[in-house]
Design a protein around this ligand. Structure first.
Ligand code: G3D
Ligand code: MG
Length: 184
């Protein structure tokens, strides 16, 4: 698997309603910056970021797109080969949380049923306009067995942890499946 530069290459898709902060999270994680200016995401785009995990060099290819409902035709391409998903909603917009189930179905349908997935409540810094409580989320994550993080792309809270966690889940899964293919 290694080609000298990295041990693993993982495609990760960012998914969720428009305006929840997918591009801001991606930019924050990959470049360490945040811009309040509108960031347009036309169709599909991805950034690459390399991490060191448990002695492995893991290259993440992070795919970010504008609300895919506008680009239904690209869904299969967007999800194809994805090893992990980060499903984002906006803590200050209840509807974006209510749509989470719909996104879970889409991810499982187009990527895979058992894809490692992290749920993210973003815009944690906007405490005054928050509409979703942690206990609202608990039922869902308990049912689904999902990992959950609250983040702020703006003030850089929880972002690195989110991407590291999804990478860790993918890596664990890869290890298990490579062992079952060729037991030593
Ligand atoms: P998207 O890629 O999911 O569509 P964007 O979302 O990353 O484009 O973000 C949508 C808007 O939310 C942007 O504001 C962006 O600045 C803002 N935003 C993203 N993350 C955060 C955050 O953690 N905290 C706060 N306060 N704002 C955030 P505009 O004004 O450009 O629409
Ligand atoms: Mg975007």
């Amino acid at each position: 698997m290694s080609n000298g530069n990295f041990d693993y290459l993982f495609k990760i898709v960012l998914v969720g309603d428009a305006e929840v902060g997918k591009t801001s999270l991606t930019t924050r994680f990959a470049y360490g910056t945040f811009t309040d200016q509108y960031i347009s995401t036309l169709g599909v785009d991805f950034v690459v970021k390399t991490l060191s995990m448990n002695g492995h060099i893991v290259k993440l290819q992070i795919w970010d797109t504008a609300g895919q409902e506008r680009y239904a035709g690209i869904r299969p391409i967007y999800y194809r080969g994805a090893k992990g998903a980060v499903l984002v909603f906006d803590l200050t917009r209840r509807q974006s949380f209510l749509n989470v189930e719909k996104w879970v179905e889409q991810i499982q349908r187009y990527a895979s049923q058992d894809i490692p997935m992290i749920l993210v409540g973003n815009k944690l810094d906007l405490t005054d306009t928050r509409e979703v409580t942690t206990s609202d989320v608990e039922t869902l994550i308990d049912e689904r067995g999902m990992k959950y993080f609250e983040t702020s792309a703006k003030v850089d809270q929880g972002v690195k942890e989110t991407f590291e966690k999804v990478s860790e889940l993918i890596l664990q899964k890869e290890m298990v499946s490579s062992q079952s293919v060729s037991p030593e």
